[in-house]
Design a protein around this ligand. Structure first.
Ligand code: HEM
Length: 377
């Protein structure tokens, strides 16, 4: 059998400048935020497209426009919240992630261009909606492109876990023109993210229904639609999650039950159950909002909180799956030389927390400006 250990490039002799747990913590927090934005984009966009296509009532156009206006902003969060976890992932898993990125290099680099096109189509969608012109095709194109980017990301994040196929892929082509095949975890993992889009998109509408910029009729339409979509796709999301977990190798499942050399991965496994329980809570909440057409401020905020917690738990579990898969192939993420430079870590943390504060402030300024503009319109 080919030696899998030697498939990983040699470790960088320069030690890590901060503890591994800190890198992992920062990675999980920023990636969970990226996932919240990604799901809002994937779900909110298709909902807006469908609403603008079928135009079943005046409220449906109002909702489509409200979503489209916000989606161009959401896209900035998708991108900016994608950069930090990419950097942290490269620090922790660079030897695996760089290799898989090179192996699908042509597709990987194309993400930049596909992203630009998707962003442009998103602006077209919004502008055409506002101008009362046919817009669904532009929104649909943006959605298909975003879904393809999601597929490429899932492809890379699963290929990095399979050193056993790297050599054959590289022998077939060094130009990065082939996508990997034969990984049973790829499609369930991608579908989980796509289903999560509708689920989180629906919860987003439940939140929007509580905003004061809509009339009473619009609010009850938005709450009814969002709640029903979130309740239905919450069930699909749950099923996709169970599917994605069930196709993981036995050694990963055992590790998540505490049976690896690092028993604390049991905690990562438990987050899976936490995720399951919270999705059920969110489905019930969404059903209350959807069938009762309840557009309450508090309900919206509970939906936001539950959605954020769901993404955090999901990200922790997913992290456990990656670590344990790599561990089974002798890549131990905890086994690195660390020489902590505490003064740099301190400065970084101050800037990080300050940066998050500034982003929060920016979001509140934009939200208030929107309210004023919509109130004036
Ligand atoms: C439309 C744009 C995007 C979509 C739809 C999207 C979607 C996704 C999805 C579905 C995953 C999970 C893949 C999986 O594990 O199965 C993911 C992971 C990730 N995305 Fe994005 N993404 C987008 C843009 C970006 C951008 C612009 C960046 C960076 C600049 C980025 C950075 C990342 C990173 C680093 C991960 C995985 C991190 C890890 O596993 O450690 N994404 N994204």
């Amino acid at each position: 059998m080919q030696n899998i250990v030697h498939s990983f490039p040699a470790v960088d002799p320069i030690p890590l400048p901060a503890p591994i747990w800190l890198f992992k913590l920062l990675h999980i927090v920023t990636l969970a935020l990226h996932f919240v934005a990604v799901e809002m984009l994937l779900g909110g966009l298709l909902l807006a497209v469908l609403l603008s296509l079928f135009r079943s009532s005046p409220a449906s156009m109002v909702t489509a426009k409200a979503l489209a206006r916000r989606l161009t902003v959401v896209m900035t969060y998708v991108i900016n919240l994608g950069v930090p976890p990419l950097l942290f992932a490269q620090v922790l898993y660079g030897r695996a992630l760089y290799t898989s990125s090179v192996l699908i290099g042509a597709y990987w680099i194309s993400v930049v261009f596909i992203l630009c096109l998707a962003y442009w189509m998103l602006y077209q969608f919004q502008a055409r909606l506002e101008a009362g012109r046919s817009a669904w095709w532009a929104g649909m194109t943006a959605w298909v492109l975003a879904g393809f980017i999601a597929r490429l990301l899932s492809t890379n994040m699963t290929l990095m876990l399979r050193p056993e196929v790297w050599r054959d892929m590289y022998s077939a082509s060094g130009a990065g023109i082939y996508l990997p095949t034969g990984d049973p975890t790829l499609t369930p993992r991608w579908l989980l993210m796509m289903a999560g889009g509708f689920f989180i998109g629906g919860l987003w509408l439940v939140y929007l229904a509580g905003r004061s910029t809509f009339t009473v009729d619009e609010k009850s339409f938005i709450a009814g639609l969002g709640g029903k979509v979130a309740a239905f796709f919450g069930v699909v999301y749950l099923a996709a999650g169970v599917w994605a977990a069930s196709v993981q190798p036995q050694v990963v499942k055992d590790g998540l039950a505490g049976g690896s050399i690092y028993p604390f991965y049991k905690f990562f496994g438990l987050t899976g159950y936490g995720w399951l329980a919270l999705v059920v809570v969110a489905i019930l909440l969404a059903a209350v909002a959807g069938f009762g057409k309840i557009a309450a401020n508090w309900l919206g905020w509970v939906a936001v909180l539950v959605a954020a917690l769901i993404e955090i738990l999901f990200t922790v579990y997913r992290d456990g799956v990656r670590d344990l898969t790599l561990l089974s192939k002798d890549y131990d993420v905890w086994n690195r030389a660390v020489v902590t430079n505490w003064s740099v870590v301190g400065i970084f943390l101050v800037l990080f927390v300050g940066g998050l504060g500034v982003v929060g402030w920016l979001v509140s300024v934009v939200a208030r400006a929107k309210k004023t503009m919509e109130g004036a319109a």
